[in-house]
Design a protein around this ligand. Structure first.
Ligand SMILES: [Zn+2]
Ligand SMILES: [Zn+2]
Length: 189
């Protein structure tokens, strides 16, 4: 089987199932893991799939910009909860959600702008004017969940259904930091 045929077959499997495991491909195509990994690397390089540990996932939108990983936790950044920090030299750092974004922000002193995606509409909003909802009863990305809303009314409506505490970005940052410190102490004890 030619590499091109194999890769076409892999792509079919990814598209049909949403994801594939290297081990399944090894069985299905009767080639070595190394060969499969090379094929997946090639497909990931063309943007056809996203390589993940032990396999590959389909790209949700073929025309989406290439995926970035969260600078804080390494999670691939989705399309609903992104947070972007702009440093004073113009470089951008991406986080998977406000949870990670606010943690990242607390570690960087040279951030000139911080934008988070509105959880309802998806538009990027300045975190200074946004309302954050901390620890609602829903897991979207990292725990505790932190969601960003441009309109306070949206955050209030959401919290009526899912709980959580309405905060400014500064309060949300403190909450996340406290929580993470508690968790760390818990595992060390
Ligand atoms: Zn993250
Ligand atoms: Zn996250």
């Amino acid at each position: 089987m030619l590499a091109a045929d194999r890769q076409r077959r892999i792509l079919e499997l990814v598209e049909a199932n949403g994801s594939v495991l290297v081990s399944d491909l090894v069985n299905e195509l009767e080639v070595s893991r190394m060969t499969i990994n090379r094929d997946l690397g090639h497909l990931a390089g063309t943007g056809a799939v996203t390589k993940v540990y032990g396999g590959a996932m389909s790209r949700s939108k073929p025309d989406a910009p290439s995926p970035h990983d969260c600078l804080m936790c390494g999670t691939e950044i989705g399309s609903r909860t992104t947070m972007t920090l702009v440093n004073d030299n113009g470089t951008q750092s991406q986080a998977c959600c406000p949870h990670c974004g606010l943690m990242l922000l607390s570690q960087h002193s040279d951030v000139t702008a911080a934008l988070a995606q509105d959880f309802i509409g998806g538009q990027m909003v300045n975190i200074r004017s946004a309302t954050f909802l901390v620890a609602p009863d829903v897991t979207v990305c990292c725990v505790p969940t932190v969601l960003c809303f441009e309109e306070r009314g949206d955050a209030e409506r959401f919290s009526r259904g899912f709980g959580g505490r309405l905060t400014t970005w500064e309060e949300a940052q403190v909450d996340v930091r406290d929580h993470m410190t508690l968790m760390k102490e818990g595992t060390e004890a």
